[in-house]
Design a protein around this ligand. Sequence first.
Ligand SMILES: [Zn+2]
Length: 169
Amino acid sequence: MDNELPRGLHPDDTDLWYAAVDLLSRCYRTGRHEVAAALRTANGRISTGLHVEGSAGRSSVCAEGVALGNVFSGADTEVLAVVAALHRPGPGGGLLRPIAPCGVCRELLVDHCPGARVYTHENDVLVPVELPAAPEDVRGFDPSRATVAGSVTAWTALGLMPGKNPRGW
Ligand SMILES: [Zn+2]
């Protein structure tokens, strides 16, 4: 994949970005699977997860949670970094950008990997608002044609929720 990287992404997390983008480009479906996440564990393994949207709010499952479950399905459970990618279809290949963990995922990540590197995303407005609406049921996309938008800031999971008490497992 010869694609632009989000500005600010740690060099060690390039493979996570590409893993998330690869999964999302194959499995993207409008309104159903719009985010993919990739997690790196202590031995260098990468686990991925795909977002699954549900019709009732809480029935939706975030990509980060799916990826975390995949991590805990193996023996290597120490998560060092998390990268998630969001796609929006549109002219010229659409938009591809990192997405910060939502509030529920922040809770989950602090419980299980408080020191893991996570990202927030800035400069989120690079696609003009007058673009025509995308087709309603797009499946997959070509990541080499998508515009990679904005920049990221690295945090630890706990750094995103400094007031959260550590879970006493
Ligand atoms: Zn989430």
